[in-house]
Design a protein. Structure first.
Length: 159
């Protein structure tokens, strides 16, 4: 990609838009890859998640995040192992999600596990703004599945 002097996200998101599928390594969770995976899921791209067993993936963090473990992922040990698996993939059809109407609440708040001063101030400001919102609290529910997260940003009630 021709990225020097450009915002990286623009180039990456354009490539995701053009791709038939994406492969994302989640051995070590980071914000950028998580954002790109979420974007690809939102664009209904087939998303292959991989992790390298040689670096001992943080399974607890992956499970706690929720979205990755409900999609499933493939582990590999080396480039030959990864190449063998990728070349054996037969189905790259896009993700299919049920169709829901867009919810009227324009904000979806992902609350924090630990209620810090900053997170409490943000929730307070949103409540005081009187803007309709929906929220997910990890203390009330362990983790959202991919379909739950999708449904939450589209519509609360699938009927």
């Amino acid at each position: 990609m021709d990225t020097p002097g450009r915002f990286l996200s623009d180039s990456i998101l354009q490539k995701i838009d053009l791709a038939s599928f994406i492969v994302a390594d989640i051995t070590r969770l980071n914000f950028n890859v998580t954002f790109e995976v979420g974007y690809a899921i939102g664009r209904q791209k087939r998303t292959f998640l991989i992790s390298n067993r040689a670096f001992i993936p943080d399974e607890k963090a992956i499970s706690q995040l929720g979205i990755y473990d409900t999609l499933g992922h493939k582990s590999y040990e080396n480039s030959d192992d990864l190449t063998d698996w990728l070349t054996s993939v037969q189905d790259i059809s896009p993700l299919e999600f049920p169709s829901y109407e867009i919810d009227r609440a324009p904000i979806f708040v992902l609350d924090t596990l630990h209620k810090t001063d900053a997170s409490l101030r943000i929730i307070s400001k949103i409540k005081k703004s009187r803007i309709s919102f929906r929220s997910y609290d990890p203390k009330e529910q362990a983790r959202p599945s991919t379909f739950e997260a999708y449904r939450s940003v589209r519509n609360r009630s699938p009927s």
